[in-house]
Design a protein around this ligand. Structure first.
Ligand SMILES: [Zn+2]
Length: 169
């Protein structure tokens, strides 16, 4: 069923993750609630079919406010990855840690100006164990899969880890 959402009166929820206070806006709640149920969902525009990330109330392609949430299989590849050597909050998030953009296999942006490209999600990148950050940035195109890290009661954040047995894992 299509959703049309203006900003409605549910206030943002604040959750604590690794000692950081993170505000989850009403618009973003389904994304983080689905993650807590072990599902990665992506907004897909009803008008033009463009998938998007991050969560937004308008389609960046056509401006429509109508969308559905669609489930992703959660498989993708590393698009760009780097190791952060100096943490701004080392007592909460010690360096080194890894952050990157991962491209989903099953959802594309269909931007009229930029052409088709996979939806890219900003994430940390972990070893296959889902606990250890990769020590070296894996080459672009390395296979990854989603897992979910709890960030408070009823919420989780999608994270990506190298696929066991893949070239870089
Ligand atoms: Zn659109």
């Amino acid at each position: 069923m299509a959703e049309t959402q203006d900003f409605h009166p549910i206030r943002p929820v604040t959750v604590t993750w690794r000692g950081f206070d993170i505000q989850i806006a009403a618009l973003e709640r389904p994304y983080f609630e689905a993650a807590a149920q072990g599902r990665l969902i992506v907004q897909v525009c009803d008008e033009c079919g463009t998938a998007r990330y991050p969560v937004a109330d308008r389609c960046p392609n056509c401006g429509s406010r109508d969308w559905d949430w669609q489930e992703s299989a959660g498989r993708g590849t590393v698009h760009s990855c780097l190791v952060i050597e100096h943490s701004v909050r080392p007592e909460q998030l010690p360096a080194p840690y890894t952050t990157g953009l991962t491209e989903l296999d099953d959802h594309v942006n269909d931007l009229r100006k930029g052409g088709r490209q996979p939806v890219r999600i900003l994430t940390n990148v972990y070893e296959p164990d889902g606990e250890t950050f990769v020590a070296e940035p894996p080459p672009d195109g390395t296979p990854v899969e989603v897992f979910f890290e709890a960030i408070g009661d009823g919420f989780a954040v999608p994270q990506f880890k190298l696929v066991e047995g893949s070239a870089a894992a």
